[in-house]
Design a binder for this molecule. Sequence first.
Ligand SMILES: N[C@@H](CCC(=O)N[C@@H](CS)C(=O)NCC(=O)O)C(=O)O
Length: 203
Amino acid sequence: MRLIETARAPNPRRVRIFLAEKGISIPTEQIDLGALEHKQPGFAALNPMQRVPVLVLDDGTVLSESVAICRYFEELHPEPPLMGRDPLDKAMVEMWQRRVEFNLLHTIMHAFRHTHPAMAEMEMPQVPDWGRANRPRVIESLKFLNGELARRPFIAGEHYTIADITGLVAIDFMKPAKIERPEEFVHVTRWYEDVSARPSAKA
Ligand SMILES: N[C@@H](CCC(=O)N[C@@H](CS)C(=O)NCC(=O)O)C(=O)O
């Protein structure tokens, strides 16, 4: 098995943190998105979506989409559970993971991808107005999250889960996207400091 990824890209980092939390180590292979290696025929044949991360199993099966890769490892290595502990908790984790992915990570990514000159070849058409339109949406998402985190330690409840991983990766990606995290969101700050202090955050 091998994980094809890119060290500085946010989605592969979600998988790396997930694996670190599980204590799983697998061989990795880097590809250079800046050099558009993911558009080359060899990689595009592996993943027609032309995105990282990609997990290649020993029998040649290819799995992409960060959450699907995490799901595979969750089923193989259930401890510690990162995608819920019982039917309701699993649904809660999925709800929060999707909310954080769509409303926070994606808005930050749109802000970055549609304005940064280095993304012009990857994000076609690049629409700077759409990038700028997403900046206030990021702040709205953080405001919402702040209200939720006032009531519980982690995004989906009492335990650290994949929703926290997506949230952490999203907030760290605000730096390259050049979006300031407002200081008034004290519950987000408390949670962010907690999840950033976990050894897995270095992954
Ligand atoms: N939905 C995919 C998104 C993967 C994705 O967008 N990966 C980025 C790196 S973070 C990528 O490969 N970008 C290349 C491109 O946009 O051409 C997932 O969750 O894995």
